[in-house]
Design a protein around this ligand. Structure first.
Ligand SMILES: Nc1ncnc2c1ncn2[C@@H]1O[C@H](COP(=O)(O)OP(=O)(O)OP(=O)(O)O)[C@@H](O)[C@H]1O
Ligand SMILES: [Mg+2]
Length: 369
């Protein structure tokens, strides 16, 4: 696997210091390394996601920003100020945990007011700010209710309001939508993004769900084994994954083994596919050709496309799309996603066993060493 050397993933806006800077942060527990020499800049007002599989160090990174975990090495800066030695309550950040951690004996409004009361904010101001925040998260009429009487999505919004009302510089969110069912989760993703845009607070959002990260984020850091493998816009990391890990973690990616030679990838199963010259890939290098399912064509090929034959092994209809699993060689199967827009095509959809030709544009495939 290629590990991408990102000296500093992300860049702050010219002038203003980054809202969050992790400078060579590491965290070790005994012999094991949870976070490994992490460098990250998060710009003010950015919706930034830490994405990666379970155990890759997302929560540990977030906890070091919040001050709940001390780094073994490195520096944490908030708006240019070194806060590495400061406890959580001395940092202008708030955290929303997956479990919400609401006070069940307090009303919704008192839950939201909690931080302001502790800070000694005047009563009248507390009342105004709490009411405004409850409106913003669409809980206007529910201030007197107890959290136990609310739905999961409503409780999630109380937790969010309780954090936002303190007007933190940075809001840390650790899988805040994980407990919600899929439909509510999709709705909350859109709402959360809208709220973030309105309040303009920097969000650092932890998730292991790539769709969620792609939908919500301005930028995503894809983590693996305590390191950032790639950091960029959702389009960057999806369309131009920098490593095999990122390509396969970000949705379905077809990885076909072959050898790079003179602008072509010669597949282990025979055919030579044109991909054009690739900088930095040596002739004779063992590579994987990566091409997204939606970028593969099944008919009406254009000149210059890379064409290869295969056998349809499976056809999966799922409403708006159909996925075909096409075997190019033993143990080499690619999936092809087609929109179900063409009525006539749907009627003669393949049922498996047919030999077919598929094709893609050379610029749509990646050559990963
Ligand atoms: N207090 C601790 N003591 C020992 N090891 C820990 C501790 N906290 C975390 N780790 C280890 O550090 C690694 C990263 O953990 P972390 O909780 O950051 O992962 P994560 O990416 O948030 O995973 P998940 O998606 O499952 O929440 C894991 O291997 C974990 O077991
Ligand atoms: Mg975690």
């Amino acid at each position: 696997m290629t590990s991408i050397d990102t000296p500093r993933a992300g860049a702050a806006e010219a002038g203003a210091p980054p809202a969050v800077r992790l400078d060579r942060i590491s965290k070790t527990y005994g012999n094991s390394t949870a976070v490994d020499d992490l460098c990250l800049d998060i710009a003010p007002g950015e919706f930034f996601s830490l994405l990666g599989p379970s155990g890759c160090g997302k929560t540990t990174s977030l906890r070091m920003i919040g001050g709940f975990t001390d780094p073994s090495a490195g520096t944490v800066l908030l708006s240019g100020e070194d806060v590495t030695a400061l406890p959580p309550d001395k940092r202008n950040v708030n955290t929303v945990f997956q479990s919400y951690a609401l006070f069940d004996h307090l009303s919704v409004a008192d839950n939201v007011a909690f931080g302001l009361k502790r800070k000694g904010v005047a009563r009248a101001e507390i009342r105004t700010r709490v009411a405004a925040m409850l409106e913003r998260v669409q809980l206007g009429g529910l201030g007197d209710r107890k959290p136990g009487t609310l739905s999961g999505g409503q409780r999630q919004r109380v937790a969010l309001a309780r954090a936002l009302v303190n007007r933190p510089q940075v809001l840390l969110l650790d899988e805040p939508l994980a407990a919600l069912d899929l439909k509510l989760r999709r709705r909350m993703q859109v709402e959360l993004k809208q709220i973030q845009r309105e309040v303009g607070i920097t969000f650092v959002f932890v998730t292991h769900d790539q769709d969620e990260a792609l939908t919500m984020s301005d930028r995503v850091a894809v983590m693996n084994e305590g390191r950032v493998e790639q950091c960029g816009t959702p389009e960057d990391v999806y369309e131009h994954p920098a490593s095999r890990f990122v390509a396969s973690f970000m949705g379905t990616s077809n990885l076909v083994p072959g050898t790079y030679r003179d602008g072509q990838v010669v597949l282990d199963c025979g055919p030579a596919l044109p991909v054009g010259p690739r900088d930095g890939v040596a002739d004779g290098a063992a590579v994987s050709l990566s091409v997204r399912p939606e970028k593969i064509w099944l008919s009406d090929f254009e000149p210059g496309m890379a064409l290869v034959r295969g056998v349809v092994r499976e056809t999966v209809y799922s409403g708006p799309t159909t996925t075909y699993l096409i075997e190019l060689a033993p143990d080499v199967t690619v999936s092809v996603l087609e929109q179900n827009t063409d009525r006539s095509r749907m009627e003669d959809r393949w049922c498996g066993g047919e030999s077919v030709e598929i094709g893609w544009r050379p610029e749509h495939c990646l050559v990963l060493e």
